[in-house]
Design a protein around this ligand. Structure first.
Ligand code: SAH
Length: 378
């Protein structure tokens, strides 16, 4: 089979490109487009032979797209217009302009791509941008399917619930939707491991006793949910994703005392034996709340012995207790591992640690997307 010609829009650090490689599909990225200088440096470092266009998508003409004569379009449009934390400006947000431009181009292309894969945040599924996308796809003769999926559905102990749409041109001989081909494991929306705010699956009513905070703002229900996840053997353990501990510069990654004292109750703490972690976002390492889990390195210290009655302690004692846990951030390499990036992926030396977290936080789970691409093309 001749290699599929792929256009990768909003290419970032190349999560889609790695997913294509991982899928085993014979494909060649004929153009990657992004305007983020840091992400582009990382992309170019890892894919020096791929044409990377450092320009806005809306600045590329129909004619130029036609000349690329591509078979597949993969894209992760900017998610800020749709996130729950953002203003939800949806299609009125200036950052949606380039996406609307793509929808404008699609019917006008000389040759429409046979395959499309789109990734976005939770919230996109109820947006007008998604409505316009679906209308355009129908008008252009595509069959499509949508999913809400987290890497937990492919055995990775990390929550990252995302919207995916796969579309296939219906003139493909013998193609008839996807449902029959999609195994349950991918169709389920990853109900386990959904432990960031708003991602939790429906739970039975808890009694007031069960909802009482035990320690660290956590209730019996929270603790039980986490321990259920940690026993779920369909998920791998965090330790499989860690760098050799001798290679981690602990001093650089330890949570500073100031942060411990101020935000200890908000930290999502995991141990190497756990089978869960929360979504790593671009603010990881700078902000604490909801940006990703931290790792307990001194395992002999019991969480309960640190957090029970902590509020009654003096600052000094409080800090002493917290330091016993030896809490550290996951390194960028470890975050990349949890996001399914292969060992061949690396950062150019000049990219700082906060920049690494930032571009990783914008990216996607490579293993999950590989699976989707296999289903799309099979
Ligand atoms: N999937 C990518 C990340 C996508 S995040 C990865 O694996 O890393 C969205 C990206 O879209 C960001 O890198 C941002 O720089 C880029 N972007 C946003 N608006 C753009 C536009 N109008 N033209 C080109 N790139 C744009």
């Amino acid at each position: 089979m001749e290699a599929l010609r792929v256009v990768e829009l909003y290419s970032g650090i190349g999560g889609m490109h790695y997913a294509l490689k991982g899928s085993g599909i014979s494909a060649q990225v004929v153009a990657a487009v992004d305007i983020n200088p840091t992400a582009n440096l990382v992309y170019q470092h890892n894919f020096p032979d791929t044409p990377l266009w450092n320009k806005t998508i809306e600045g590329i003409t129909l004619d130029v797209f036609d000349k690329l004569s591509f078979d597949m379009l993969v894209m992760s449009p900017p998610c800020q217009p749709f996130t729950r934390i953002g203003l939800q400006g949806d299609i009125t947000d200036a950052r949606t302009k380039s996406f609307l431009y793509i929808l404008h181009l699609l019917p006008r292309l000389c040759r429409r791509p046979r395959f499309i894969l789109l990734e976005n945040v939770k919230g996109f599924e109820t947006s007008s941008a998604r409505e316009r996308l679906v209308e355009t796809l129908k008008d252009c003769g595509y069959l499509f399917q949508e999913f809400m999926l987290s890497p937990t559905s492919v055995g990775i102990p990390n929550s990252r619930l995302r919207y995916f749409l796969m579309a296939k041109l219906s003139t493909e001989t013998g193609s008839s939707g996807f449902s029959a081909q999609v195994p349950d494991v991918v169709l389920q929306s990853g109900s386990s491991g959904q432990d960031t705010a708003g991602e939790s699956s429906s739970q039975p009513e808890a009694s007031s006793q069960e909802r009482r905070v035990l320690y660290k703002l956590e209730t019996l229900v929270d603790i039980q949910r986490k321990s259920t996840q940690n026993r779920d053997e369909s998920l791998r353990q965090i330790q499989d994703f860690l760098e050799p501990q001798t290679e981690v510069d602990l001093q650089q990654y330890l949570i500073p005392p100031r942060t411990l004292l101020r935000y200890c109750l908000l930290l999502d703490i995991v141990q190497p034996s756990c089978r869960r972690s929360v979504c790593f976002t671009k603010g990881y390492g700078r902000y604490v709340e909801g940006t990703g889990s931290v790792l307990q390195c001194h395992l002999e210290t019991e969480m309960q012995s640190v957090f029970a009655g902590l509020e009654l302690c003096s600052e000094e004692e409080k800090l002493q207790r917290l330091l016993n846990l030896q809490l550290r951030y996951f390194t960028p390499r470890e975050v990349a591992n949890l996001m399914g990036f292969p060992q061949s992926f690396s950062f150019p030396g000049q990219i700082s640690t906060p920049q690494r977290y930032r571009v990783l936080g914008n990216s996607l789970n490579v293993v999950l997307v590989s699976r989707l691409l296999q289903l799309l093309v099979s």
